[in-house]
Design a protein around this ligand. Structure first.
Ligand code: ZN
Length: 197
């Protein structure tokens, strides 16, 4: 397993529509192992193959809590087949847009159809953080980023900041929107980057 480089905005590869996986073979499994390693290393709770520059419809997710056992989920050719009318708001982050977080409203629950590590068709009901993470990652497969749900002003500002930093060979810095969230009110950070500690 190898930790791969994560592609950052404004790299145009992040806007590519990814192609379905024809067969779940050892190459795909090796790729997913690298993705998982890369995600844990970041650290993150979700990663799409496109984020390491591989434009195929593959996602890895692990929303288990830090102290719990690891619980990786491998989604190949995932497809959302149902979403709830009820919505929820999470503060989302993205490994391709490090250190930037903002709130996004999405369906609170969803059902996803996918192929597992063995190429077997599966269905999974998701709610809470997992539902947000799954939707965020599947967006990646369609070239969509969570900043697309923000105002154009905010989005343009973030993209510009990353473009400038890339030219200087640095990472941009952002001030946390909420310095110390009230633990009673705080929602867990959403996909695919946990809030900075
Ligand atoms: Zn992301």
């Amino acid at each position: 397993m190898t930790v791969r480089d994560i592609v950052l905005i404004p790299d145009p590869v992040l806007r590519v529509e990814c192609t379905p996986v024809a067969a779940v073979d050892d190459d795909v499994r090796a790729l997913m192992d690298d993705m998982l390693e890369t995600m844990y290393d970041a650290p993150g709770i979700g990663l799409a193959a496109i984020q390491i520059g591989v434009t195929r419809r593959i996602v890895v997710i692990d929303v288990s809590k830090e102290d719990d056992d690891k619980n990786p989920i491998f989604l190949i050719n995932p497809e959302i087949v149902w979403t709830s009318e009820e919505t929820s708001v999470y503060e989302e982050g993205c490994l391709s847009i490090p250190e930037f977080y903002d709130e996004v409203e999405r369906p609170a629950a969803c059902k996803v159809k996918y192929l597992d590590r063995d190429g077997k068709p599966q269905e999974m009901d998701c709610d809470g953080l997992l539902a947000t993470c799954v939707q965020h990652e599947i967006d990646h497969l369609n070239g969509v980023l969570f900043i697309d749900y923000l105002s154009k002003l905010k989005r343009d500002r973030v993209i510009k900041k990353f473009a400038k930093a890339a030219k200087r060979g640095e990472r941009p810095e952002f001030k946390r929107r909420r310095a110390e969230p009230d633990p009673a009110e705080a929602e867990p950070a959403g996909a695919d980057q946990p809030a900075a500690k």
